[in-house]
Design a protein. Structure first.
Length: 285
């Protein structure tokens, strides 16, 4: 385990403290670059469960995707979804939610159409789009969710409940341009999550995995000091800073590593399993 520079003067016994809740990001953290959970990672997480630590997934993905991996790993804890906009039980019950302000959605649709950028909207359990472009198809190839295609998304949404997320898709250059436009035009009425260079995900203001971790810990009567968070991307920063023990993957950018208490190996070299091995070594009697 490589400790962050800010931890050099601290006691490395941070690993030996008591923890009750572990929150893990999916893409780039739980999964390797082949979008698989390695056997070492699988086995390591089973070992963590045997130490009475609840494990949850904290992801930008939707319920069907997160549930697939949670079931595969035998997790039972409620999950943090859509970058923290939802906390949802394994049975699909929404426990906490933060919806996009309704007035923002028409503006986002207008921007997408003006900039000629593919988009999709997530509300309730559905991913809605007006057409399936190559970008939508790429997104769907990594997801368990089934899309709904409608002729006029504005008309469709008039009869629906509020949306949880608005997703732009395209090249990294296009997403960078859109981010600037949104920051100038939308100001504080939205939050922008950047979990992948080909996506720009718009959620309710003040939503983050960190805030959702606080909520989930409070629900389970677990002190934040007894939580662990592991992630690799910019949308994991608040969660890593919030947790009692924040862990950055070796493949994380510098900005993520800089806020972490410690840094493990990358997702293609069983970073979670390596962290767990170090953690459990400190907890053996």
């Amino acid at each position: 385990m490589l400790f962050n520079k800010k931890e050099e003067n601290k006691n490395s016994n941070i690993l030996s403290k008591k923890y009750q809740l572990l929150a893990i990001d999916i893409d780039g953290t739980l999964l390797n670059d082949s979008n698989q959970i390695s056997q070492k990672t699988h086995d390591a997480l089973q070992a963590m469960k045997e130490h009475d630590i609840s494990i949850t997934l904290a992801t930008g993905r939707f319920y069907p995707d997160a549930f697939y991996f949670a079931k595969l790993l035998g997790f039972s804890c409620p999950m943090i979804l859509l970058h923290g906009a939802l906390i949802q039980s394994q049975e699909g019950e929404i426990i906490e939610k933060q919806e996009l302000p309704p007035k923002t959605v028409p503006i986002l649709i207008d921007i997408a159409k003006k900039e000629k950028v593919p988009f999709q909207i997530f509300h309730e359990d559905f991913l809605v789009m007006e057409e399936k472009t190559k970008w939508n198809d790429i997104y769907l190839s990594f997801s368990e969710i089934k899309p709904i295609i409608v002729p006029d998304i504005r008309e469709y949404l008039k009869k629906q409940k509020s949306s949880f997320a608005f997703i732009f898709l395209g090249t990294p250059q296009k997403m960078a341009r859109l981010k600037k436009i949104l920051e100038e035009k939308m100001n504080d009425s939205i939050a922008i999550a950047c979990a992948h260079p080909n996506l720009l995900e718009i959620i309710a203001p003040d939503v983050s995995k960190g805030k959702a971790l606080k909520q989930l810990a409070a629900m389970k009567n677990i002190p934040l000091s007894q939580t662990i968070a592991i992630g690799d991307s910019y949308n994991d920063i608040e969660m890593i800073k919030t947790a009692g023990l924040g862990v950055a993957m070796g493949n994380a950018p510098k900005e993520v590593k800089d806020v972490a208490d410690c840094i493990t190996k990358d997702n293609n070299h069983d970073g979670i399993a390596y962290f767990v091995s170090q953690f459990l070594a400190c907890h053996r009697s």
